[in-house]
Design a protein around this ligand. Structure first.
Ligand code: IFM
Length: 414
């Protein structure tokens, strides 16, 4: 076993991650309206007390959740007091279970009224997200220290507006670029609104980092494709938030420009890293996984070394301000649960190596506590440490003991 002891600081956050639409149930939003209805979810909205007991029993001390905008503001400007009371009860339950909340505002889903206004495709709509952030800060700002404005903004851009696989099912690169810019603006507005009303909070984003490597390292065309894809998918959003502007020429899409905005510059207090897999990129830009590579039920390669690589990348992107990093998601679709144990052990070994290399990682959140609604894939993929009936999988016990081992002999300041 790798050295867990003496590697993890005593205040390290060990958690699991969820999002509202994927677990709560009974939500009407742009996804349900578009025929991707999560239905009753896994009834987390009713069973959250029990779920937090499970999370506590696994030795975790943190929990990542999102607030469903469509529940809190089901009609434009109309705030649902029962939904607010519900989330206040959720925060109270987290506190009682000694689980530090990490709270996301936008995790892929929108109120129907906001989608009808054009959602993120229109720059003037950023003010609605800003107003949502203000309301959230007023109601819940005292309940949490760690806030995430946007989950995986570039996944959202590509899935919804380039590949056209998620609502609103658009395949238009020009629209995708607009959404990229509007999400940056929306983040910036929400970042400052959250800080204006809630004190002593930290605000970041959860950024998906997918390793994009040339299929053939000796083929310059593969290299070029991998380079451009990595720059736009993994780096652009973070560079823009760090520097307040961004420019690049993207073959096939032309010049991408995010003009300088002083309010955007430095609007990150930490960076969340979501890591799942690596893709090999060929000269046509397709993503491939070698047949013999170990992979999840979704066909995603299991590549633990990639965690260290993306943490190094995240550190280099944020080095100018020495930002703290959190692994806000890392997990595996594995119905058999045979691979999840080794997945956890090998990824945590890479995390331990990153900590020893002084990468400032403050927490790790496994995706997910429970099996849940995996977007266009529905309920098929099983990412949970628990299944939907709340039966603990063997890998959950392993996670529990790995956390215990890591906490057993905490680092003492030298
Ligand atoms: O389920 C998703 C989550 O909503 C965002 N990150 C990736 C997970 C697994 O695909």
């Amino acid at each position: 076993m790798f050295a867990l002891k003496k590697t993890f600081p005593p205040d390290f956050l060990w958690g699991t991650a969820t999002s509202a639409y994927q677990v709560e149930g009974g939500i009407f939003n742009d996804w349900s309206a578009a025929g991707h209805d999560a239905g009753t979810g896994v009834a987390h909205a009713e069973r959250y007390l029990e779920d937090f007991e499970w999370a506590q029993s696994l030795n975790t001390n943190a929990f990542r959740l999102s607030l469903e905008w469509a529940r809190l503001e089901p009609q434009e400007g109309v705030w649902d007091s029962e939904a607010e009371a519900h989330y206040l009860r959720v925060f109270a339950a987290l506190k009682a279970a000694n689980l530090e909340p990490m709270v996301t505002l936008f995790h892929f889903t929108l109120p129907i009224w906001f989608a009808a206004k054009g959602g993120w495709t229109r720059s003037e709509n950023g003010v609605y997200f800003q107003r949502f952030a203000e309301r959230v800060a007023e109601c819940f700002g005292h309940c949490a220290r760690l806030w995430i404005t946007l989950n995986e903004p570039m996944v959202y851009v590509f899935k919804c507006f380039d590949e056209g696989l998620w609502p609103p099912f658009v395949k238009d690169r020009r629209v995708a670029l607009k959404v990229f810019q509007n999400l940056l603006k929306g983040h910036t507005l929400a970042y400052h609104s959250l800080h204006a009303s809630a004190k002593q909070i930290q605000v970041g984003i959860a950024k998906n980092f997918t390793l994009l490597e040339p299929l053939n390292h000796l083929n310059p065309l593969d290299q070029l494709q991998a380079y451009f894809q990595d720059r736009i998918f993994n780096r652009a959003f973070v560079i823009a938030l760090m520097e307040g502007h961004f420019e690049m020429i993207l073959p096939g899409a032309g010049k991408i420009t995010v003009p300088f905005d002083p309010a955007m510059r430095g609007s990150l207090d930490f960076l969340g890293v979501n890591y799942y897999t690596r893709f090999r990129v060929n000269a046509q830009g397709a993503h491939l996984t070698p047949h013999n590579a170990p992979h999840s039920d979704l066909g995603w390669e299991i590549y633990p070394e990639g965690l260290l690589k993306v943490l190094q990348l995240a550190q280099s992107l944020t080095a100018a301000r020495d930002l703290p990093l959190y692994i806000t998601e890392n997990g595996l679709a594995d119905a058999s649960d045979l691979l999840r144990g080794p997945f956890l052990t090998t990824h945590l070994a890479q995390l331990a190596q990153a900590l020893r290399a002084k990468i400032p990682i403050k927490g790790y959140f496994y995706w997910s506590l429970l099996d849940n609604f995996e977007w266009a894939e529905g309920y098929g993929p099983r990412f949970g440490l628990l299944d939907a009936e709340r039966r603990l999988r063997p890998s959950a016990k392993l996670y529990q003991s790995l956390i215990q081992a890591a906490q057993a002999e905490p680092l003492r300041p030298s």
